[in-house]
Design a protein around this ligand. Structure first.
Ligand SMILES: [Zn+2]
Length: 256
């Protein structure tokens, strides 16, 4: 049982790489290292040495630093077995239902396919931390590229069942644009209106809005809210199935 210390590294235009440090074992993982130099600089500043890379999936803005970081540090690369051909340098292959022991911290591994096939998420229960790549974003979710809409909804529903206090460490700062979209499908949601006021104030000062809290997502993320009568009414699908509501909401977001 060990809690992680987590440090945010903003890279590229809007990506976040997360450094997760397990002090009792002196292990440090970079989650989805898009690039190399900013990650090494952040490790240096923290006084941490890279021992692991945890990949959620294969897109280049999540794995671009894999091989060079491995070459420079000898770190172990952990990722999804069903995505193994696409994860550069993978050493440890995980699948749905696995637990991964990161020193004295334990992650439960979920397959959350939808954005892509073989996308996984890591849930460190004792740290209330979820690393979910491009599956959930603050007030949003990943575009459904490789998977099916019902599959993506199933993946989101699974993550949504985690505790209210879960901190969601997603891979992008998309919050403000997501919230602007969310307001088009739930314009009268008071929690959403209040949250966007806060987000707008933070973004005006270039302050990060990630991680986000699960409890907040329940109240404001339209992709967690296919059962909301207000949302269903706004998009003209009152009483439709949750998959239909989710699909229509996701398609509207694609065109937003
Ligand atoms: Zn991404």
């Amino acid at each position: 049982m060990a809690k992680l210390e987590i440090h945010r590294v903003p890279v590229l235009r809007d990506n976040y790489v997360w450094l997760a440090h397990e002090a009792s074992s002196n292990l440090t993982a970079a989650v989805d290292p898009a690039v190399v130099d900013p990650v090494l600089a952040a490790l240096d500043a923290q006084g941490w040495s890279l021992t692991h890379i945890l990949n959620t999936y294969h897109h280049h803005d999540h794995t671009g630093g894999n091989l060079e970081l491995k070459e420079k540090t000898g770190c172990t690369i952990v990722g999804s077995r069903s995505d193994r051909e696409r994860i550069p340098g993978i050493d440890v292959e995980l699948e749905d239902g696995d637990t991964y022991e990161f020193g004295n911290a334990t992650a439960q591994v979920f397959d959350v396919s939808g954005h892509t096939l073989g996308h996984i998420a890591y849930w460190f229960e004792e740290s209330d931390s979820l690393f979910c790549g491009d599956t959930i974003f603050a007030m949003g979710c990943g575009r459904v590229i490789e998977g099916a809409f019902d599959q993506m909804l199933g993946s989101l529903d699974r993550l949504k069942a985690l505790p209210a206090a879960t901190q969601i460490y997603c891979a992008h700062e998309y919050t403000q644009k997501n919230g602007q979209f969310a307001l088009t499908v739930e314009p009268d949601n008071p929690d959403l209106i209040a949250r966007m006021r806060d987000v707008d104030a933070k973004r005006a000062q270039d302050i990060a809005t990630v991680p986000s809290l699960m409890e907040e997502e329940w109240k404001t993320n339209p992709f967690f809210r296919a059962d909301s009568p207000h949302l269903q009414e706004t998009i003209g699908l009152t009483g439709a199935s949750l998959v239909e509501v989710f699909t229509e909401t996701r398609k509207r977001k694609d065109g937003f």
